[in-house]
Structures are given as structure tokens and as C-alpha cells.
Design a protein around this ligand. Structure first.
Ligand code: PMP
Length: 437
């Protein structure tokens, strides 16, 4: 049974259609208005509780309203809120120091800004300055932001609103084994998708500054590249003097069971970008580089809100919480339990084509009997889950990948609640085909 829409929600929808740009879309045919959060739960304006298994797209990793982080932000808010980067402030400097310690050891120098788009835009600029080149390579199915250059580097057509983005980005096929753009199969393919990067480099000698990629593609539908892919790509890049930028917007800060997603492979990015979970919900982002690469950015660069005292204080408390609680291990353990449950569901419901992801960044692609993305069923499933008090995400070019990125502090009982509800929801939206014994 769907929940009736309240007068309050109707009024909020009216405000939205009157005063927000139409591009700002929301999940659900019958949406709720979220008001409050605690731990892994958010509450709507009618007081209904939802287990939040998307964390506002992988942001609230330490749980909503995490007391230590809230306290750090509130104390700073009461003391001094804003100065901008033209003055020295301790929280920003301490955060830069803490980030250098938290990230792989060769990444040491940070530039703070406020969003993932801005961090990626800055990283691309830094790559230009460091190499004296103007072009970039990005991957099919990627998403890197909403600014001109980051949208140009975004492979997902869904997120490319600009009809004429800058034309200095060359796309290599995404390393998507579940739906290989080259029609090949791993490992027989011998990573042909990586060879395509070499082809681009050979066709544009001395022109490419950097390749930008997500360690695990989030919006692309939770795409984990095959083993050896990034190692092979980085070898090629190095041979051509091209930098590697890892966009850790979704994969950063313990989400995948390691502190950063790229640490699953034997690679060393020259620049890494972070945002989302850095301050557990306050807007702060950064691009972080090696000393050598950072040294080339000497012309003035300022960001009004970059390294803002309140956000930096919250980020420091977030990093402390993550280290104290060893969230990367918690994510790994919880993921083991959740993944086994999802695989059990996939064995019952043939609409679930696969279960994929790393750590607590998991996806299940829903495919119709005719082999097409089951996006209509996906929307029904999302609505049924929401009515049952569970929030999940949807990603992928076919908008058909159930996406789970709960707070990393999710308990076993909450995982059971999620999987029970998922089971009931699949039962409701599909004709259940029980696999033969
Ligand atoms: N990179 C990735 C991988 C993302 O998922 C996103 C946002 N979903 C961005 C960049 C852009 O971040 P923002 O919305 O903070 O600009």
C-alpha cells in the first residue's frame, strides 16, 4: 500500500516546482520530506523512520548527526565561522596535516574547496599546469561533475546537460565487464579496454595532461574494473608522462573497505580528489597531490569557502572518528554479511542479474526477461522500499542498478532489516521465480 501524500509534502512539491530549476529532480513518485537523522535512520516530516541505505549518496558514513562531529562543528560555529583562505586558520591547517596522514603517503599537499565538481575541476587545472598540456582522457560511464571541464569529462550521457562541452576530452571505453563496451570477456580480452587508452595516447602525442577515473564507478552503476586494469593503465600513462587523477568522491574514506578505493590496486595516483564523506555532510572537498605536482600551482588560487573553519573542524572530527572506529574494517565486515544476503536474493529472483561492488558500495543490476535494463521495475522497487521504511539508490546508464551505500556504522540488525525488506519488495514487484533446487 502506498503512503498517502501529506498536505505538507504537497506544499513542498509546489514550492519546488515554482522556485527550483526543473533540472533538480527527486526520487519517488510519492516523495517524503526529510527532516531529521540519527545514526543510520532518517525521519520525515510526519515522523516516519527510514533506514538510510544510500547516505545521501555516500556522504553520511559516520552516521547522521554523529555526536562528536556535530559537537566539533557547533563549537567552531560559535567561535569563528568564516575568514577565507587569505588568513591563517588552525582547523584548515590541521586538516591538511591530518589528510596527509590519512591518505597514501605520497599524497601530501591539499587545496580545499566545497564540492566534488570543484575539486575535480581544480585537479584537472593542476594537471594542465604540471604538464603544460591541455587534453584529458576519461572513461565511458564516468561522472566527474557539473562544471564545464568536469562535465566534459563525464561519460554518462544522463549527466551531460551541456550540448557543447569543451572538446579536449578523449573517452576510453569504461572497464565494465558485466556489459563490455567492446563485446569482449575477461580475462580472454587481455584488458583491451586498457589498450584503448594507449591508442588515444599514441594518436595525441604530447597532448594529454591526465586521465581521470573513479576507482569504482558510482553513478555508472557500481562498476569495479577487472584486476590489472588500473595497473596497466598507469604503466601506459607513466610512459607518456601523463598524470593519473583518482576521483574518490564516492569511494573515499573507508567506503570500499580500504581508506581509499584506489588502494585496492597497486597504483599511485598523482592527484586524488575527495569530497562527500570528508566532513560527514558538511560541504568541503579537496584535491590532494604529490609535492612534485603541487609545486607547479604557484599562481594565486583562493576559494572563499575552501577550508571553512566549521567544515574543516567537522572534517577533522570525521577523520578522527574513522580512525578510532577503524571504519574501513567495519565496512569490510558488514559488507561480507550484506553481500551474502544479496547473493541469496539474486539466486531467488532472476531479475537480479548480478551483485557487484567493493565494501559497502554495492549494486544489483535489474534486467528484464528480454535482457533490457528493468528501469520501470526499479522505480516500483524503490517506491515499495521507501513505503517500507528503506532508502536505497539507483544508478547506471539504464537507471536499473539498486545501489546500496549505507552509513559504515550500520549494525547487523539493520542489515537484516534491509535484506528482509528487499526480499519482501522483490516478492511484491516481480513474479517470483524460485530457482530449481
Ligand atoms: N565525482 C563523483 C564520482 C561523483 O559521484 C560526484 C557527485 N555525485 C561528483 C564528482 C560531483 O560532486 P559534487 O556534486 O559535490 O559537485
Amino acid at each position: 500500500m502506498t503512503t498517502a501524500q501529506s498536505a505538507h509534502t504537497t506544499h513542498m512539491l509546489e514550492l519546488k516546482s515554482r522556485y527550483l530549476m526543473p533540472c533538480v529532480y527527486h526520487f519517488y513518485a510519492n516523495p517524503m520530506v526529510l527532516e531529521r537523522g540519527e545514526g543510520c535512520t532518517v525521519f520525515d516530516s510526519a515522523g516516519k523512520a527510514y533506514l538510510d541505505c544510500y547516505s545521501g549518496v555516500g556522504v553520511s558514513s559516520c552516521g547522521h548527526s554523529n555526536p562528536a562531529i556535530v559537537e566539533a562543528a557547533c563549537e567552531q560555529l560559535k567561535t569563528l565561522t568564516h575568514t577565507t583562505t587569505i588568513y591563517l586558520t588552525e582547523p584548515m591547517l590541521r586538516l591538511a596535516e591530518a589528510l596527509a596522514a590519512f591518505t597514501p603517503s605520497h599524497l601530501t599537499k591539499s587545496f580545499f574547496c566545497t564540492s566534488g565538481s570543484e575539486a575535480n575541476e581544480g585537479a584537472l587545472l593542476l594537471a594542465k599546469l604540471a604538464t603544460g598540456r591541455n587534453d584529458f582522457i576519461a572513461l565511458g560511464r564516468s561522472l566527474h561533475g557539473r562544471t564545464a571541464q568536469t562535465m566534459a569529462a563525464t561519460g554518462m550521457a544522463f549527466w551531460r546537460a551541456d550540448p557543447e562541452p569543451p572538446d579536449n576530452v578523449h573517452f576510453a571505453p569504461g572497464p565494465v565487464c558485466s556489459d563490455c563496451p567492446l563485446g569482449r570477456e575477461f580475462p580472454a580480452c587481455q584488458l583491451e579496454c586498457a589498450d584503448a587508452v594507449e591508442d588515444i595516447l599514441a594518436a595525441h602525442p604530447g597532448e594529454v595532461a591526465a586521465l581521470i577515473a573513479e576507482p569504482v564507478q558510482g553513478n555508472g552503476g557500481i562498476v569495479v574494473p577487472p584486476p590489472g586494469y588500473f595497473e596497466k593503465v598507469q604503466r601506459m600513462l607513466r610512459a607518456h608522462g601523463v598524470l593519473l587523477i583518482m576521483d574518490e568522491a564516492q569511494t573515499g574514506f573507508c567506503r570500499t573497505g580500504k581508506r581509499f578505493g584506489h588502494e585496492h590496486w597497486d597504483i599511485a595516483p598523482d592527484i586524488m580528489t575527495v569530497c562527500k564523506a570528508l566532513a560527514n555532510g558538511l560541504p568541503i572537498a579537496a584535491f590532494i597531490a604529490t609535492d612534485e605536482v603541487a609545486a607547479r600551482y604557484t599562481k594565486p588560487g583562493a576559494s572563499t569557502f575552501g577550508g571553512n573553519l566549521v567544515c574543516a573542524s567537522a572534517a577533522l572530527a570525521t577523520l578522527q572518528f574513522m580512525a578510532q572506529e577503524e571504519l574501513e574494517h567495519k565496512a569490510q565486515t558488514a559488507a561480507g554479511v550484506l553481500r551474502a544476503e544479496l547473493e541469496a536474493l539474486a539466486a531467488i529472483y532472476p531479475i537480479i542479474a548480478d551483485v557487484r561492488g567493493l565494501g559497502l558500495m554495492l549494486g544489483m543490476a535489474l534486467i528484464d526477461e528480454d535482457g533490457e535494463p528493468a528501469s520501470a521495475t526499479m522505480d516500483k522497487l524503490l517506491e515499495v522500499l521507501k513505503d517500507d521504511g528503506i532508502l536505497v539508490g539507483k544508478t547506471g546508464p539504464g537507471r536499473n542498478v539498486v545501489t546500496l551505500m549505507p552509513p559504515l556504522v550500520i549494525s547487523d540488525a539493520e542489515i537484516r532489516q534491509l535484506t528482509r525488506s528487499l526480499g519482501a519488495a522483490f516478492e511484491k514487484v516481480c513474479a517470483a521465480h524460485v530457482a530449481p533446487a
